[in-house]
Design a protein. Structure first.
Length: 102
């Protein structure tokens, strides 16, 4: 879940489980979308790429998970959830973290 407050983004992890890195990457994608102003909110409306897309009320009425995953911002986030963890785990950064473990 992403929490927004005064221009700051906070990823809230409710529990640790297998695949947590993918979930973090999913939420990180939303942070990038907000930062790049591709995803935003105005009053009670979700704005995607500068155009009013759906009201919060309509969004909350979506009960079909497949339909929800097809929302543009979610589609991108689910794609990144699959791609980014593997890239991260192959990166020099993760190797450096492993070397410096206490």
């Amino acid at each position: 879940m992403v929490s927004l407050s005064k221009g700051k983004y906070k990823i809230i992890v409710e529990n640790i489980s297998y695949g947590i890195l993918g979930k973090i990457c999913h939420e990180f994608t939303h942070c990038v979308q907000y930062k790049e102003e591709r995803l935003s909110y105005s009053d009670n409306i979700v704005i995607w790429k500068g155009k009013e897309f759906i009201t919060i009320e309509e969004l909350n009425e979506i009960t079909n998970f497949d339909e929800y995953k097809k929302l543009h911002w979610e589609e991108e986030a689910y794609k990144m959830q699959e791609i980014l963890p593997a890239l991260f785990l192959k990166s020099d950064y993760i190797e450096e973290l492993k070397k410096n473990q206490i």
